[in-house]
Design a protein around this ligand. Sequence first.
Ligand code: ATP
Ligand code: MG
Length: 205
Amino acid sequence: MHIKTLILDGFKSFGRATEIPFYEDFTVVTGPNGSGKSNIIDGVLFALGLARTRGIRAEKLTDLIYNPGHATTEADGSNSSESPNEATVTVVLDNSAGTIDRTQVINAAGSESIGDVDEIRVKRRVKQTETNYYSYYYLNGRSCNLSDIQDLLAQAGITPEGYNVVMQGDVTEIINMTPQQRRSIIDEIAGVAEFDAKRDDAFEE
Ligand code: ATP
Ligand code: MG
């Protein structure tokens, strides 16, 4: 399972809908400082709901909406001066190997009519109104909540606590950890930590 495409629209420096292809084995993003490379990773964290522990670089969710006054270099080269009132990011996952099975997608989406699951499309939208802001998640076009998305992605080993995304500084942090702390990371990656947490919950009850 891998990311096939990332679509950013109104997200951070991506003022216009921008589609970024990812290859199966290796993709490198290069560009000048401030051109939006890290914003791409922020987009993945945002859409997959992985930001809790991994930290998107924004104070509040609405800071993620494209702001023409903010951008020095626009990632898509546009110079639109309008400020949209919403940002969306779609992560298209290649599920052709069947890592996540159809029943799981149906359960998470709460609908049988989700079509083909060779592709899993996770979309997140943040919308700003005059008085408030709203956050929405979609799975293959069906509206759903974050926990449904997280449970589904966990089947493929994609979790907020996991190391699917290795952030700047993570490597140094891991090197400086105590052996116990490092062991807890291995437990997390191996999927043991989930059962430890469930066991602790059970004992508590
Ligand atoms: P570096 O090589 O220095 O790591 P980078 O390519 O990773 O650079 P990013 O951090 O992804 O660059 O992009 C930073 C740019 O994104 C800045 O120019 C900043 O103004 C712009 N930016 C961040 N948030 C927004 C926003 N809400 N609207 C418009 N532009 C934004
Ligand atoms: Mg960067």
